[in-house]
Design a protein around this ligand. Structure first.
Ligand code: PAF
Length: 290
């Protein structure tokens, strides 16, 4: 596994891979790997000829009061884990290498999906994500790029960017990796105290409550949101940001679950802000009058 810090070198190495007929699987990350990241690397290893991983905590996608400075970093551990997954190239630039002229003046407008939910709570976040991914996609030229479904809205925004701007890359979403009690794996979980860690499990329990309710015949989003809220608000260590039931593609809130939809949650548990989501089942005859 080679580790590269220079953008030009990355571009040249990836050009050579493609010229040699190798299809590149790309896993963009901010590092501090957990099994969610590693499962994306394993998928890329199984499905593509060459695997490129980026490790870059992208300042553009953090607000001024967010955790850019304290975001967990451990490059040596990440490199050891990446090597074990059979990664070919790791791109680990510093901020000056990624943005040599300073914060870019030209950025990618992520469109209306990005105004909702995470976008409303974190203004500018998805613009930063789309901008860094545009640079990375151009440098790497992957045929497939891998993202975790934990960041479901990010995945929807990236899919839309790739479609609307004709990036020649396939976007592959992969299932959220979970701890045994259901908590979604996240680099930020490292900041949870043992009590907060136990409390954080209520986020997934609330999402499961919504799935169970739909399976029991509840399709009304207000009832589903109320159920999820009740579960989370019963946990004193958790401070809820939002719960929502949204259309799978547009991330607009829906009144009823009649077509593919997701329930989403964002909450602060102690210091870290955590997000999670699940796809809701659509009952076979949902929405039929007879
Ligand atoms: O999901 C992440 O880790 C980041 O948002 C990404 C896609 C690597 C862009 O910085």
């Amino acid at each position: 596994m080679d580790v590269i810090a220079g953008a030009d070198e990355l571009g040249a190495r990836c050009d050579a891979l493609r010229a040699g007929g190798q299809a590149i699987g790309f896993v963009p990350t901010m590092g501090f790997f957990h099994d969610g990241h590693l499962s994306l690397m394993r998928a890329a290893r199984a499905e593509r000829d060459a695997v490129v991983v980026s490790i870059f905590v992208n300042p553009l996608q953090f607000g001024p009061k967010e955790d850019f400075g304290s975001y967990p970093r451990d490059i040596d551990r990440d490199l050891a884990l990446g090597e074990k997954q059979g990664v070919d190239l790791v791109f680990a630039p510093d901020v000056d290498e990624m943005y040599p002229e300073g914060p870019p003046e030209v950025t990618v407008d992520p469109g209306p999906i990005a105004d909702r939910l995470e976008g409303a709570s974190r203004p500018g976040h998805f613009r930063g994500v789309c901008t860094v991914l545009s640079r990375l996609f151009h440098l790497v030229g992957p045929s497939r790029a891998y993202f975790g479904e934990k960041d479901a809205q990010q995945l929807a925004v990236v899919r839309k960017m790739v479609r609307d701007l004709a990036f020649p890359v396939e976007v592959a979403g992969r299932a959220t990796a979970r701890e045994p009690d259901g908590l979604a794996m996240s680099s930020r979980n490292t900041f949870l105290s043992p009590r907060e860690r136990r409390a954080a499990a209520c986020l997934y329990s609330a999402l499961r409550d919504a799935v169970d309710a739909v399976l029991d015949g509840v399709t009304d989003a207000t009832s589903l949101v109320r159920k999820m809220r009740e579960r989370i608000e019963a946990e004193p260590l958790v401070s809820l940001d939002y719960v929502a039931v949204v259309d799978e593609d547009t991330f607009e809130e829906v009144d009823e679950v009649l077509r593919p939809a997701r329930s989403l949650v964002a909450a602060r548990v102690g210091k870290p802000r955590l997000i999670d989501n699940v796809a809701l089942p659509v009952r076979e005859n949902a929405g039929r009058e007879d």
